[in-house]
Ligand binder design. Structure first.
Ligand SMILES: Nc1ncnc2c1ncn2[C@@H]1O[C@H](COP(=O)(O)OP(=O)(O)OP(=O)(O)O)[C@@H](O)[C@H]1O
Ligand SMILES: [Mg+2]
Length: 248
């Protein structure tokens, strides 16, 4: 379980997160929505202990992580599989080596075992055929898939964290990533997806959190979201009218 208890966070003098409180169970499928620069990626970084709050508590699995050392935080990070907004593949390594890198780093597997595991992970995300490709040769969708395989190689996560996994993708590729996200959480592993694409959020999540000016202004299910009278949410939802899926 992830608990934010009155969390505040600033970059320099700019306060990004204000008194944010919520709790998320590890089997929940949650979408964090909000405009650009509202602090969505910042929340994922706080969960991973990559940055520390100015005040408030962040409790992961019953433990307050705000006072933990780097060594202790490593254990916390292993509970999550984070797929970064930018994909974060190494440009100089091919697909296979990008995924193998994590296995070499985090496990004591032999080269044969690593080879088998890399193939299995790439098969899971549907890009086994691109094993020898360099990152620059991948399409946006393939890049995301390899990033997901890479994060799966890093640990057996309790929960997945996806930062804008479908942004910049065409609708078919975005839909494929949504399917992969659902597939990976089939056995009850939850996720937090950070996105500004409501269509994709509705496709995968059952709980929606909306951020505005660093504060939580909405927390509820899809029905409540679609009928919200909060103007910013209505603007986000108007995207659905164009997509013709508002009432499905
Ligand atoms: N390392 C940093 N140093 C200073 N300011 C930062 C840093 N990282 C982010 N910010 C600022 O913090 C705010 C929140 O950033 P964040 O990346 O969390 O936004 P976001 O909601 O993920 O936006 P987007 O939808 O564009 O990804 C932004 O105004 C951004 O300019
Ligand atoms: Mg972001």
């Amino acid at each position: 379980m992830i608990v934010f208890d009155k969390v505040c966070f600033s970059y320099g003098v700019r306060q990004i997160i204000k008194d944010l409180s919520f709790s998320i169970n590890s089997d929940e499928r949650v979408a964090i929505l909000g405009g650009s620069g509202e602090g969505k990626t910042t929340i994922l970084k706080l969960i991973m202990g990559l940055i520390k709050p100015d005040s408030g508590k962040i409790i992961i699995d019953g433990e307050d992580i705000t006072g933990k050392t780097e060594d202790e935080l490593r254990e916390v990070r292993m509970k999550f599989s984070l797929v970064f907004q930018e994909g974060a593949l190494f440009d100089s390594l091919n697909v296979k080596e990008n995924v193998a890198f994590c296995l070499r780093e985090y496990t004591k597997m032999t080269e044969d075992e690593i080879d088998r595991k890399v193939r299995e992970l790439l098969r899971t995300v549907g890009v086994e055929h691109a094993m020898e490709f360099m990152p620059e040769e991948l399409s946006g969708g393939m890049h995301r898939r390899v990033s997901i395989a890479r994060s799966l190689a890093a640990c057996e996560p309790m929960m997945f964290l996806y930062d804008e996994p479908t942004s910049g993708l065409d609708p078919v590729n975005a839909d494929n990533i949504c399917k992969l996200i659902l597939e990976l959480s089939k056995d009850g592993k939850g996720f937090i997806i950070v996105t500004h694409k409501v269509v994709d959020a509705l496709r995968v999540a059952s709980r929606f959190i909306f951020l505005k000016d660093g504060e939580l202004v909405f927390d509820g299910d899809s029905e409540k979201l679609l009928h919200s009278d909060i103007p910013d949410i209505q603007v986000f939802i108007s995207e659905l009218n164009y997509a013709g899926v508002k009432n499905v």
